[in-house]
Design a protein around this ligand. Structure first.
Ligand SMILES: Nc1ncnc2c1ncn2[C@@H]1O[C@H](COP(=O)(O)OP(=O)(O)OP(=O)(O)O)[C@@H](O)[C@H]1O
Ligand SMILES: [Mg+2]
Length: 223
């Protein structure tokens, strides 16, 4: 069974009087354990695709399946439960709650996953340790550097051992040395039997993936 698949995804946005086709007939099937990178110019539909794969948005056509269950077009409550159970998401804004420490952010994410019937893997302290974040685990997100913010966002996405990890530009805004660190950590901590989808502008990130998909004007194109 594919941990994550999508077929015939279309998404249109209205802007002013006109319609923007953000995604056109995009399909994807991840093999267990596979890491897929999605690249493409700014505005090509990468974040739109990630939002659909995460069930944070619904497609205008097509569907998304996660671990054998349909994710798209569920009630908000069922969609949120499926996401909490199976999916870890790192969006372009890190998604960390500012009033909680890094450790509290990770614990909260893990407990939400447990309550949704998922969960497992290393505890919050161990996860932060593996991500080299022990020293800042009591810090608030506002006090973190760019690289630390990326790793803290990753720790939250990985909390409770999700089946599917979706990350939008996990290494944007960090140095190339930090990028290498984050990629090493990602390689160690990613879902072993599930799916990892990394959206990126970086050739280094793409080179670590098992497969690279290229988006242009909302369509998958040959590399
Ligand atoms: N909520 C929205 N309303 C209207 N148009 C939108 C909305 N979200 C995205 N778009 C448009 O859809 C297209 C795809 O946007 P998307 O954010 O998916 O691009 P992207 O590939 O992630 O770009 P970037 O690399 O800059 O993050 C763009 O033309 C964008 O302007
Ligand atoms: Mg984007």
């Amino acid at each position: 069974m594919s941990p994550l698949s999508a077929a015939g995804l279309h998404r249109f946005y209205r802007r002013g009087g006109s319609e923007v086709a953000a995604l056109l007939d995009v399909g994807l099937a991840c093999a267990p354990g596979e890491t897929v990178a999605v690249t493409g110019p700014s505005g090509s539909g990468k974040s739109t695709l990630l939002a659909l794969l995460a069930g944070l948005d619904n497609p205008d056509g097509g569907n998304v399946q996660v671990c054998g269950e349909q994710l798209s077009h569920r009630s908000a409550r069922d969609g949120a439960r499926l996401r909490a159970r199976h999916i870890g998401v790192l969006t372009q804004s890190s998604g960390l709650l500012e009033h909680l420490s890094v450790l509290q952010n990770v614990r909260l994410a893990a407990s939400l996953r447990r309550r949704a019937g998922g969960g497992g893997g290393p505890g919050a302290d161990e996860l932060l340790d593996r991500l080299g974040m022990s020293a800042v685990r009591r810090s608030r997100p506002a006090s973190l550097s760019g690289g630390e913010t990326a790793r803290a966002g990753l720790a939250v996405a990985l909390a409770g051992n999700p089946d599917v990890l979706l990350a939008d530009e996990p290494t944007a805004e960090i140095s190339s040395a930090e990028e290498r660190d984050v990629l090493d950590l990602l390689q160690q901590c990613r879902p072993t039997h599930g799916a990892t989808v990394l959206i990126t502008h970086s050739d280094v990130v793409a080179s670590r993936a098992d497969r690279v998909l290229h988006l242009r004007d909302g369509r998958l194109v040959p590399g």
